[in-house]
Design a binder for this molecule. Sequence first.
Ligand code: NOJ
Length: 748
Amino acid sequence: MTADTTAFLDDLMARMTLDEKLGQLNLVTGNIPLPDDRAADIRAGRIGGMLGGLVDCTFGVHGPAALRAVQEIAVNESRLGIPLLFAYDVIHGHHTVLPIPLALSCTWNPDLIEAAARVAAREATACGLNWVFSPMLDIARDPRWGRIAEGSGEDPYLGARIAEAMVRGLQGDDLADPESVMACIKHFIAYGAAEGGRDYNNADVSLARLMEVYLPPFLAALNAGAGSAMLSFAAVNRIPSHADADLLRLLDGVLKVSDFNAIPEMIAHGLGDERGGIDADDPLQTLSERALRAGVQMDMMGHGYASRLAAGVAAGRVSAAEVDAACRAVLEAKVKLGLFADPFARFDEARAARNLRAPAYRTLARQLAADSCVLLKNAGDLLPLAPEGLKLAVVGPLADDAWNLLGPWSFQGDREGAVSVLDGIRAVPGVTVRHARGADIVDDARMIELLNFAGPKVGRDPRPAAEMIAEAVAAARAADVVVAVLGEAAEMSGEAASRMDIGLPACQRALLEALHATGKPVVLVLANGRPLTLPWEAEHVPAILVSWFGGCEAGPAVADLLFGRRAPSGRLTTTWPRHVGQVPLAYDRATTGRPGSRDADPGKYTTRCYLDGSSEPLFPFGFGLGFTTFAYAPPVADATDLAGDDAVLTVSVAVTNTGGRAGEETVQMYLTDPVASVVRPGKQLKGFAKLALAPGETGTVAFRLTTADLAFPDASLRRVWEPGRFIVGIGPHADALQTVEVTWRAGA
Ligand code: NOJ
């Protein structure tokens, strides 16, 4: 803040009443047309910002003019004319729906992800928004948890690089730029550690784990200048984040906002007040005070700040200074967004017309959707397909479905403009397509009802299952190749969408088995928001392409890959288990005192793990195929004996495209600290680089390592690096590394 801004805010706050200050802390839903009581509250200075409700938000539909009218009430009709924040869950594009964040992370391409976030910011600001509840930075290692779809997977290093990119893309160089929005990093913290993968659940996480796994993306985003942070619904280590003053101190300097109704929800968590007296019947009083004292500055739909804190101040349980600090944080955000300089800068109809659904965004959306796809299997080089004269059966409940491919959190998405896989394939010249639905996405009536909360995305075919399968089998028999588009409905992931069985729904699996039994080659295209357990599929289906929820251009992007117009280059950012019983199974698990080879020595007592199956993943972290092959030379270290804090190690590797097609490889570098004072992860990602190589071409990547990369929280949680041996592994995924060992001694 400049001296001028400080003076401006000092002056403004000196003129504000306590109620007006509390009004700034009040974040409420904002549907249009605005109900009379909301308008009255804005006029009275009782509202600091508004957010779009999940289902009923109409900001985007009504365009900037409607929202401008709301801002006009705040600016022209309230006593102090303080502009409002307008927030929305812009999670993966806004009108132009881009692939879900988990998909985007599989590009391992922060620059591309930054460009995606910039597009989202342009469209959000075209609608008059100035704040988005994104990026979600929760590291997630439990595929049962539906919100794994909203983040960047299981790794803190990759998550941190993506977090920075997202913040840069959303906020641009200057938050006051009318095409920039304030990012809101969420959910602080360890929401992804929810017990059992059950949404809204609590987590018991050691502080060392918080530091090593859950915090890095948040710290990176803070470093990149993220303007705000949202707290998590979870109680972590017994304290709901909304009441955890110690944790919230890590967010000093950014605007801290509660999650939706989360302050009152601490009552159900079992906090509140039972001492009798003033609070006895009003735990919201106690909890609103506690949240403010802990550092929560804006109350999203909890209503306790607006209705209870004045009494708290009067009784001396919260101080005027605490209210002032929170109010100043909100006002500072508004200054940074340029809202005082020009509260209407984001309501520019001409820019909206240019920026909403711009054709260039579709081009980017198609590239993102293709680059997000991960090819898991391609036996006999079944892919790419040669289109000329090809008879294709395109089957499955998600083949002729563009809506579900938009994924969760796409409420403002341009549904009509979205293209299905069937249409994407039909647009390829030379191919004859026969389509059959083959199965419903799910056949459980209760689940269908739950999935359709945001619109009728999951339907039921009136025909019996056997009849649908028979039709698909007939199409398959008449075809050269079968493309089966199977997987999840959009709302099978996202908020409150955990699954205990993460395989293909039984009705789809039955279809796939019938298709396989025809003997025709089957390409399984998955639409999904989480890792799935597919041991049967991986064994029997020759080609498997994970397309996630790819957004509005998912169909053309999948067609691009199937027919080789682009080569698949995505790599998994989550470990894929064989069976849900293996979860959690992140790649960086520590070795035990009885490691051995569990699969090689299953009969050996000391290496036995599961009696009923392998303990190895089905597909490891970092894995993905292309249409060519790459050979890695052994990595070369520029020194094998280093000393001191300031030494720098460079490890290089040469990678050659040994196949017949151009391709892109994601070269990954992992570090192992084989001996330490505490048990360390078996390996940790410390670097990656993408190489685009023509057939026969060799490229070299040089990775730098410093002692910051060696450091970890020791038993007393100090970040230290411990001299000794270190192993640097480089390869195409976490389970295929060639290593070089170095010794790093203490100071020279
Ligand atoms: C609850 C979700 O946890 C959060 O991610 C979202 O931003 C808010 N609702 C607002 O919709």
